[in-house]
Design a protein around this ligand. Structure first.
Ligand code: ARG
Length: 250
């Protein structure tokens, strides 16, 4: 009797030990991304989320042995989806900032960025300070919004806030604002692919260096460790460089 139980128990323990990791690997992590931010994230003709962030996170996840699914998610409220549990990861060209670190955890940086100004080709604006008394469009709650707030004042009606960066750029094209301030990669990409819009870009030495990270729910140390391991692995084996080249050339 005793022996029989022992065997049964051993068999059961064995099954559990082998199936538990299989269950864990079966989880698909839901990824929030505001897919209106090419070349980092956008929707293709097949309504799939594509871009640099998608390639980097997918490759890192593969190294970590986890699965990810990208879901187009509005920028406004995107971080709240981690708290509610609707999403596990935010991959959306998110700048790691001290304020954001209070409410969520970030992976190690995977991309360097800074702000860049876009104005019409005929604009007299030559530096950031020249925007002081002009109308400026930004995407609500982005680091671009924060930078412009510092110059114009948080409640200045000359700051026109939009739910996406393409909408902010649209406002510049239609003459509603004098400038757009947004991440350099996105502004450069737009200007290069829309030569007809006749925009020019202005860099400013006062803009701080920013780093993108993937965000997870505060305290999700297990997922964070997996993602950091994956990021380190794709940086070490050349996968990251390949993806970088695909989107940004050398
Ligand atoms: N890097 C900026 C920030 O974190 C802008 C990110 C906007 N991303 C997006 N997919 N719309 O505030």
């Amino acid at each position: 009797m005793q022996r029989k139980f022992g065997k049964l128990f051993a068999a059961l323990a064995c099954t559990l030990a082998f199936s538990a990791p299989v269950f864990a690997a079966g989880k698909t992590y839901q990824v929030a991304t505001d897919a209106s931010y090419a070349p980092f994230e956008s929707m293709n003709d097949k309504k799939e989320v594509v871009g640099f962030d998608v390639d980097v996170l997918t490759a890192a996840a593969a190294k970590a042995g986890i699965e990810v699914k990208f879901i187009n998610t509005p920028w406004e409220g995107i971080f709240a989806t981690l708290a509610t549990g609707d999403r596990d990861i935010v991959a959306s060209a998110v700048t790691i900032t001290p304020e954001r670190k209070q409410t969520m955890d970030f992976t190690n940086p995977y991309f360097d960025a800074k702000q860049l100004i876009a104005v019409s080709g005929s604009s007299k604006v030559a530096k950031f300070a020249d925007l002081k008394n002009l109308k400026v469009a930004v995407q609500t709650g982005t680091t671009g919004d924060e930078v412009v707030q510092k110059l114009l004042g948080k409640t200045n009606p000359n700051i026109k806030r939009f739910e996406s960066t393409p909408l902010a750029i649209q406002e510049l094209l239609s003459g509603g604002v004098d400038a757009v301030v947004a991440d350099n990669g996105v502004v450069t990409n737009y200007v290069a692919n829309n030569k007809g819009a006749k925009l020019k870009t202005i860099d400013d030495a006062s803009f701080a260096k920013e780093s993108y990270g993937f965000a997870v729910h505060k305290g999700n140390a297990d997922l964070l460790a997996k993602l950091n391991k994956g990021i380190a692995a794709i940086k070490a084996d050349g996968t990251y460089d390949k993806i970088y080249k695909k989107y940004f050339g050398k």
